[in-house]
Write a protein that binds this ligand. Structure first.
Ligand SMILES: [Fe+2]
Ligand SMILES: [Fe+2]
Length: 296
């Protein structure tokens, strides 16, 4: 049993990014907010035929299961390289949760009779640090949009409430993961030898370019009948014509803020994706305005 965080860090004590206190705060935030749900005992709600049809025809299940499978492996590979006990424990928990997401999705697929394409052989993507960063930054993009899509599906009744409730812990877990990842990246770059930093920044840039390339390449393949990584485009299209891009971004921003507000204010928040979304949003006109936050 770990001593409570407050045993060595006061609730208002300032925390310098890159310090040991910072590391303790972002690791303990992930560890202490662990939700011990068990995928095997999830009682999948009965759906009426229309809801079942909507769910099974969403073209995201193959890629969602595969993304979680790859994420577990990537995160686990980096955990194995960590010599810091607390950091390692937190990254291992992150990997465990990715594996659990895959299990939840696999059980959902079985429960609702969704046919999956055969899974590929998962391999760690590049060196462990690269693999962790690919998963981390890719979650920063996908989770931001997943927050908005989830809220849209919830408000529109696309998913019945019982299914929304079942999925809520998975979505919030991704919020915890990106919060953890962003703080790890900031802590990591401040704790590496100075000579390594330019290489690390190049690596960060290369990861972003890789993720953008992956998404553009995938968008080009749309319509080929192959499921793709572009959750936002595919997901938004599936949610119907009622949603426009501006409204979706508004939901993403509101939900991102709400989900991140649950954690210690001294931790860094994901910045790049919300900032880009805010910038893009300036040039869009919504059909409807997003008002109020989710009641959940
Ligand atoms: Fe996940
Ligand atoms: Fe995750």
């Amino acid at each position: 049993m770990n001593p409570p965080l407050t045993a060595f860090l006061g609730p208002e004590e300032p925390v310098r990014i890159g310090s040991d206190a910072h590391k303790a705060l972002f690791c303990r935030t992930l560890l202490d907010t662990f939700d011990a749900y068990k995928p095997a005992v999830i009682d999948w709600p009965k759906l009426d035929s229309a809801a079942l049809e909507r769910l099974t025809s969403l073209p995201i299940w193959d890629i969602a299961v595969q993304t979680e499978g790859r994420a577990r492996l990537n995160v686990e590979a980096y955990a194995a390289t960590s010599t810091d006990a607390l950091l390692r424990k937190a990254i291992e928990l992150n990997a465990f949760e990715e594996g659990r997401h895959k299990l939840v999705l696999s059980n959902l697929v079985t429960a609702y009779g969704i046919a999956l394409a055969p899974e590929p052989q998962y391999v760690v993507q590049g060196d462990p640090e690269w693999a962790f960063m690919v998963t981390g930054y890719s979650e920063c993009i996908d989770s931001f949009f997943a927050f908005g899509l989830f809220e849209t599906a919830k408000r529109s009744g696309f998913f019945p409430q019982a299914l929304v409730d079942t999925f809520e812990p998975v979505i919030q877990e991704e919020a915890r993961h990106i919060l953890f990842f962003i703080n790890w990246a900031a802590w990591h770059r401040r704790n590496m030898p100075l000579w390594r930093r330019p290489f690390f920044e190049l690596k960060v840039l290369a990861v972003w370019l890789f993720l953008i390339w992956e998404r553009i390449g995938i968008a080009r393949d749309m319509g080929s009948g192959v499921q793709d990584n572009n959750f936002t485009v595919t997901g938004a299209k599936s949610l119907g014509d009622d949603i426009d891009a501006a409204q979706l971004i508004d939901f993403c921003l509101v939900e991102n803020e709400r989900r991140m507000s649950l954690y210690d204010h001294r931790l860094l928040r994901p910045f790049a994706v919300p900032a880009l979304a805010r910038l893009a949003r300036r040039f869009m006109r919504p059909k409807k305005t997003v008002t109020g936050q989710s009641a959940a």
